[in-house]
Design a protein around this ligand. Structure first.
Ligand SMILES: Cc1ncc(COP(=O)(O)O)c(C=O)c1O
Length: 419
């Protein structure tokens, strides 16, 4: 299917007054194909997985395991490496609990930057608090991008874990993950990638990035909420301890002691979200089938997002008084995320006026308070911004609607009332 996806494919857009939804970095809309696939599971295939000998249950189990394979292949991994989670946040917390808290001790160091989403920040603060390990914060340039030489300088013999977002959910830029993780591996550290904004928007190669674990969410890539994936290299999987215990992940339970399954199956405690997994796989299939210019699949998604972002940024740059923070000052457009501040105007006020014009954007700190603190010196209403983020159903006209609505809102909020 050619990009952008037509409104007829996305029920929430398929209205006479087509909404301009620009909050896809938070969560994407869902295509009819994914919604129908989940409905079919509940209508025709629903049964508990890994628990029944009857045929319906066996079929549901097969669908769940097939979904694990589809999502793993989508992420360039084997099914045995994929743990289904609630989303990126849970994936990162699993590494923090099942590896970091079991393996770190006083004197060890974790390297993470203040650019991170809280999901890839607070789990490491907690792991440090519980183990006595120290966090070394990677330095940022004034525009929020990673100071690579400064970061490489922090990595040494005490470094045990380096965690980094592949793509910033505010700046929209790709971090130099390959360089940082190569240095981290050479120092013997574990490398953890927050791929919440990258797996949905571009091809990602775990091996090339020297990444031991990678987490992403289905709901940011056309799939359902409440499910995500943590992809772990096999050696790390062997070193991880249990995360949650209970039904479904046990080998043998007695009043004296219990033993658990090994590998990814150990992380399926409780009745798994089989409908979510099936919907997640349908979303991957949908993304694999898209086309744009001469590209297909995720290369097409990346090319489309880039073109949309370039168009939006060009339009927004022409609006007086706007300070773009994503793409960062002096940086290039790298995708479909545009973040900005207008001095003296609170982003919430702007966002409400945009909403009145049918344009939905995010306003606030976008779960990146340390980054906003870093970016906001000298700005009135600091530590917040307005973020518009596109996905493969947004048209270039959506970028024009955004720019027009912003111009209107800015003017309205600057108006002085004379009585
Ligand atoms: C970079 C990044 N990391 C992590 C997350 C957390 O994802 P989830 O809320 O799906 O767990 C997000 C969500 O916005 C994100 O953008």
């Amino acid at each position: 299917m050619m990009l952008p996806l037509p409104s007829s494919e996305i029920p929430l857009l398929n209205q006479d007054d087509r909404p301009c939804y620009l909050d896809s970095a938070a969560t994407t809309l869902k295509p009819r194909a994914v919604i129908d696939r989940i409905a079919k599971f509940y209508a025709e295939e629903n049964a508990p997985v890994h628990r029944g000998v009857y045929e319906l249950s066996q079929r549901a189990t097969d669908l769940y395991e097939q979904a694990r394979k589809t999502v793993a292949v989508f992420a360039g991994a084997d099914a045995g490496q994929l743990i289904f989670t609630k989303g990126t946040t849970e994936g990162l917390n699993i590494i923090a609990r099942a590896w970091a808290e079991e393996n770190l001790k006083v004197g060890d160091e974790i390297v993470v930057s203040p650019q991170e989403h809280h999901s890839n920040f607070t789990p490491w603060q907690e792991a440090a608090r519980r183990t006595g390990a120290t966090i070394r914060y990677a330095p940022l340039y004034p525009n929020g991008t990673l100071d690579l030489p400064g970061t490489l300088n922090l990595i040494g013999s005490k470094t045990r874990l380096v965690a980094m977002a592949h793509v910033s959910n505010v700046l929209g830029v790709e971090n130099p993950v390959g360089e940082v993780f190569t240095a981290a591996k050479a120092a013997g550290a574990l490398t953890v990638l927050d791929a919440a904004q990258s797996v949905p928007t571009r091809p990602v190669n775990m091996e090339e990035l020297q990444c031991d674990a990678l987490a992403f969410s289905a709901h940011k890539m056309l799939g359902p909420t409440g499910i995500g994936a943590l992809v772990v290299n096999p050696e790390l999987l062997d070193q991880m301890s249990t995360y949650q215990t209970g039904g479904g992940m046990i080998e043998q339970v007695s009043v004296e002691s219990s033993t658990y399954l090994s590998g990814a199956a150990q992380y399926d405690a409780g009745t798994p979200n089989a409908a979510g997994a099936v919907g997640f796989a349908a979303a991957c299939d949908h993304l694999n089938g898209v086309e744009y210019k001469n590209a297909t699949g995720m290369a097409a998604v990346a090319a489309y997002e880039l073109d949309w972002g370039k168009h939006a940024v060009e339009l927004i740059r022409s609006i007086e008084g706007v300070r773009l923070i994503g793409p960062p000052e002096g940086g290039e457009v790298e995708g479909g995320i545009v973040a900005l501040q207008i001095d003296g105007i609170h982003p919430h006020d702007l966002a409400v006026l945009l909403d009145a014009q049918g344009v939905m954007v995010r306003a606030g700190h976008h779960c990146t308070m340390p980054l906003h603190a870093h970016l906001s010196s000298g700005v009135k209403f600091p530590e917040t911004s307005l973020r518009a983020s596109a996905y493969i159903y947004n048209t270039l006209e959506d970028a024009e609607r955004l720019a027009d609505a912003l111009r209107f809102a800015h003017k309205a909020l600057n108006r002085t009332t004379v009585v």
